[in-house]
Design a protein around this ligand. Structure first.
Ligand SMILES: Nc1nc2c(c(=O)[nH]1)N=C([C@H](O)[C@H](O)COP(=O)(O)OP(=O)(O)OP(=O)(O)O)CN2
Length: 167
């Protein structure tokens, strides 16, 4: 049996670092105080080599990730799908509540993500889905998977690896 090599590109750039505020719940009853992180991101894509002998162009992957990290930079990141953190917005402000606690932010300071909890893992999933949307036409069907890793605190990574959609 001949062993075939596999190929992957990894892109992690200082430019990907984004500063965002969030709070999560854990152990059912504990809701963190609002706090911030300088999040880091690494993006990896695996697949065969193309005619350039690339898996994908680093630059195209970098630019797609950067669109997503810049959209989060200097925002409060809130969960859309949490059972107890309720998010409502009017024309000016976004209000988050958890039981008897309440946080009010200007709308333009908030990004509401389709997640249950704004953990590094969930943020990695959302970035992965959005990078796929941005690049799937360009990268084509040969890619096998994408992995996005989000670093919350200099070495605490949440990682989401997902199969590349075949269309
Ligand atoms: N698997 C995961 N575990 C934890 C996550 C996560 O996203 N995925 N997130 C948290 C909290 O957000 C927590 O705030 C992590 O922040 P950190 O600053 O690292 O926590 P500390 O309070 O210990 O930080 P100091 O370095 O002491 O300031 C927890 N777990």
């Amino acid at each position: 049996m001949s062993l075939q090599p596999t190929f992957r590109v990894d892109v992690t750039k200082e430019q990907f670092i984004f500063s965002a505020a969030h709070f999560i719940t854990f152990a059912t009853d504990i809701c963190e105080r609002l706090h911030g992180h300088n999040y880091g991101v690494r993006a990896s894509v695996e697949g065969p080599l193309d005619e350039n002998r690339y898996v994908v162009d680093f630059i195209a992957l970098r630019d797609a990730v950067l669109e997503e990290t810049q959209a989060l930079d200097h925002h409060v990141v809130l969960p859309r799908d949490h059972a107890e953190i309720k998010i409502t917005s009017d024309e000016k402000e976004t209000t988050a509540t958890f039981r008897d606690r309440r946080w009010i932010f200007p709308n333009e300071d908030c990004v509401i993500l389709p997640v249950i909890n704004t953990t590094a893992e969930e943020m990695a999933r959302v970035i992965a889905e959005r990078v796929i949307e941005r690049t799937k036409d360009k990268f084509g069907n040969a890619i096998t998977w994408i992995e996005i890793a989000v670093d919350e605190n200099q070495g605490q990574w949440g990682v989401c690896r997902m199969p590349w959609p075949q269309v």
